[in-house]
Design a protein around this ligand. Structure first.
Ligand code: HEC
Ligand code: HEC
Ligand code: HEC
Ligand code: HEC
Ligand code: HEC
Ligand code: HEC
Ligand code: HEC
Ligand code: HEC
Ligand code: HEC
Ligand code: HEC
Ligand code: HEC
Ligand code: HEC
Length: 298
């Protein structure tokens, strides 16, 4: 990513080779600008009052060769863009200058506005249409507009999440990425913006401890999960165990139903062979004598 076809890293004051030349039409305004820059630093009060001599000199130079326009001069006629770049230019401030992008200036040249592909290529992201639909101001390249329903463009950088929603179909697969990650890049939504909790004591962390959000029907959980979470949907199991007088009473749901929702362990997973073979041959079902795991008879 970020491989540049062409990259200039420094702004050379007053000698940028690619800078455009202004025509005679713009020449006189331009020379005033140049003079402002040449002498302005000594004259704190503002534009140096022009003397007859310097006006003549300016006119003479302008009619012979128009000097190259430099980055420092743009601000004289375009106050807004330098201000934006200064505040939020990011790498468009530090890694390139005005004339790296604006190679020509009207009316001298028509290529005043650069294509992004001049510098950004060789990655799926740079093949997208309409860069400006998200990067709405090139002078503030990371002030993004994330509007409409967007999925494909996100996947140019987040393939993994795209694969998760595609390979594990759920109602979330039908949502655009930014229906949840709305308005600003990297924003994480709270589940409760759209859903009710199963139990009052749940929070965002508990939701995602059971539901990986991009594949919410693949429910897994840790051995710390409290039994009342399960009880939100399985109240019968909870009440049977609560009433039970055997040692199963003390066990958490997830101690037996481990890791993955709907796992049901066989009794022998924990008890091996607790009775002689002869007995188990006659009564193959543990439940014949012990009832169920929740309503165990000891
Ligand atoms: C002396 C005043 C002046 C200076 C200095 C100046 N510009 Fe301009 N610029 C103009 C004017 C006037 C226009 C409008 C020209 C037109 O529409 O034909 C313009 C237009 C532009 C445009 C629009 C081009 C387009 O095709 O729509 C860009 C981009 C631009 N300038 C960039 C720059 C940059 C970068 C610099 C500094 C390197 C700069 N200008 C310096 C006066 C100036
Ligand atoms: C990374 C490339 C890039 C840099 C650096 C850059 N510009 Fe631009 N500029 C653009 C593009 C692209 C546009 C067309 C509008 C847009 O997409 O924001 C533009 C538009 C303009 C315009 C035309 C007005 C408009 O909004 O359409 C002016 C003037 C201008 N830039 C001046 C400057 C000045 C001055 C600098 C340096 C302080 C500068 N730009 C730095 C890419 C750049
Ligand atoms: C003259 C070369 C040039 C042009 C044209 C250009 N860029 Fe860049 N851009 C750069 C460089 C250099 C960087 C920093 C290195 C990198 O990230 O690849 C950069 C970085 C960026 C960044 C990341 C900014 C940051 O601070 O991390 C964005 C976003 C971006 N460009 C978008 C665009 C868009 C959109 C366009 C077209 C409207 C565009 N660029 C045109 C040179 C350019
Ligand atoms: C659907 C919105 C969208 C579109 C369309 C879009 N981008 Fe981006 N772009 C982003 C987002 C989001 C980022 C990540 C910003 C961040 O990291 O904060 C980004 C980051 C970038 C970056 C800097 C990160 C990097 O390392 O690559 C560049 C450069 C860039 N985009 C260029 C472009 C260009 C060129 C186009 C058009 C061909 C374009 N983008 C189209 C949303 C978009
Ligand atoms: C040009 C590449 C690029 C594009 C396009 C892009 N992202 Fe990102 N995204 C990033 C980068 C880089 C990060 C930071 C990753 C990190 O911190 O590990 C990120 C982080 C995120 C995060 C995580 C924030 C966190 O707290 O971990 C979310 C959510 C996100 N992006 C959503 C999206 C969505 C939705 C889209 C489409 C609208 C999108 N991204 C488009 C590059 C991109
Ligand atoms: C139903 C809402 C929702 C949808 C739809 C959604 N996400 Fe997320 N996404 C989230 C939440 C919530 C998190 C935080 C998860 C966490 O902390 O465990 C997240 C986290 C992320 C992250 C950070 C890394 C990670 O995996 O935790 C990225 C990147 C991301 N999402 C990108 C996407 C992309 C790309 C899409 C579209 C294919 C998408 N998301 C669709 C809600 C959603
Ligand atoms: C922007 C809204 C939004 C956010 C945020 C969101 N969801 Fe959803 N989710 C939906 C919609 C819409 C559906 C489908 C209708 C429904 O079941 O309510 C859905 C369905 C589900 C389903 C059932 C899936 C199916 O296919 O039956 C689960 C589970 C789920 N969400 C969990 C979560 C969790 C956990 C979070 C937070 C990590 C979350 N959701 C965040 C909108 C959202
Ligand atoms: C202990 C694990 C667990 C926790 C914690 C959990 N869920 Fe669930 N959730 C499930 C199970 C299991 C289902 C049922 C899945 C099925 O039908 O196969 C479910 C179903 C859902 C559904 C689908 C509609 C429904 O009610 O059946 C939504 C929406 C949902 N959960 C959202 C959430 C939200 C929001 C949170 C956090 C407040 C959350 N879940 C916390 C396990 C959990
Ligand atoms: C949001 C509701 C919800 C939550 C929370 C929930 N389940 Fe379920 N559970 C269901 C549904 C729905 C089924 C399917 C019932 C059916 O198929 O008749 C189910 C089925 C089961 C089954 C039976 C599988 C089978 O083959 O009969 C077990 C075991 C189970 N859940 C254990 C748990 C455990 C343990 C927890 C807590 C970690 C939990 N459940 C949390 C909704 C939930
Ligand atoms: C995930 C492991 C696990 C599973 C599966 C399991 N048990 Fe247990 N069972 C235990 C533990 C732990 C104890 C307590 C042992 C102790 O403290 O000595 C126990 C105790 C018992 C006891 C003695 C109760 C008492 O109060 O002395 C019986 C009888 C029993 N289990 C039968 C069963 C039967 C029948 C099944 C299948 C329906 C079953 N168990 C499934 C873990 C399990
Ligand atoms: C000692 C291990 C153990 C514990 C603790 C346990 N279960 Fe079970 N559960 C089982 C076994 C074994 C089955 C299979 C039916 C049987 O043989 O009793 C089962 C069956 C289920 C079923 C399938 C339908 C049914 O009710 O038979 C659900 C749902 C369930 N358990 C939920 C829970 C919940 C919720 C908890 C916590 C309140 C829990 N279980 C605690 C072992 C356990
Ligand atoms: C014919 C009735 C019968 C069947 C069938 C049966 N048990 Fe038992 N089980 C008992 C009796 C009676 C006891 C208590 C007397 C004892 O300790 O031997 C007992 C005790 C136990 C104990 C507690 C042992 C201890 O050391 O405290 C466990 C665990 C157990 N059974 C598990 C099982 C499992 C698992 C199965 C199925 C493979 C099973 N039983 C089948 C009658 C049965």
């Amino acid at each position: 990513m970020g491989i540049l076809k062409r990259k200039k890293s420094s702004i050379e004051l007053f000698s940028s080779p690619k800078a455009m030349r202004l025509t005679v039409a713009l020449g006189s305004i331009f020379m005033a600008a140049t003079l402002f820059f040449a002498f302005g630093c000594e004259q704190k009060a503002g534009i140096r009052p022009s003397s007859a001599a310097s006006e003549q000199k300016a006119a003479a130079v302008a009619t012979v060769t128009a000097p190259e326009l430099t980055d420092a001069q743009c601000v004289l006629c375009h106050p807004q863009q330098p201000k934006t770049i200064d505040a939020s230019g990011g790498k468009h401030k530090t890694d390139v200058g005005c004339t790296d992008c604006h190679e020509e200036h009207p009316p001298q040249g028509e290529q005043g506005i650069p294509q992004c592909s001049m510098c950004h290529s060789d990655h799926a992201h740079y093949e997208l249409e309409q860069c400006s639909s998200c990067h709405s101001d090139t002078h503030a390249p990371l002030d993004l507009t994330i509007e409409g329903e967007i999925t494909g463009p996100c996947l140019t950088c987040h393939q993994q999440q795209g694969d998760e929603v595609a390979k594990h179909p759920s109602a979330h697969t039908d949502l655009a990425c930014n229906e949840c990650h709305a308005t600003t890049h990297k924003k994480i939504p709270d589940c409760m913006e759209c859903h009710e909790k199963h139990t009052k004591d749940m929070d965002f962390a508990s939701c995602v401890s059971c539901h990986p959000v991009h594949m919410p029907l693949v429910v897994t959980y840790s051995d710390k999960t409290p039994s009342n979470y399960c009880g939100a949907c399985h109240d019968e199991a909870v009440s049977l165990l609560e009433a039970n007088k055997t040692k199963h009473h003390d066990l958490a749901c997830v101690y037996c139903h481990r890791n993955k929702h709907k796992t049901v362990p066989p009794c022998f997973a924990c008890h091996g062979k607790p009775h002689p073979d002869s007995m188990l041959k006659r009564f193959p079902e543990c439940g014949n004598c012990h009832g169920t795991a929740h309503d165990l008879k000891g």
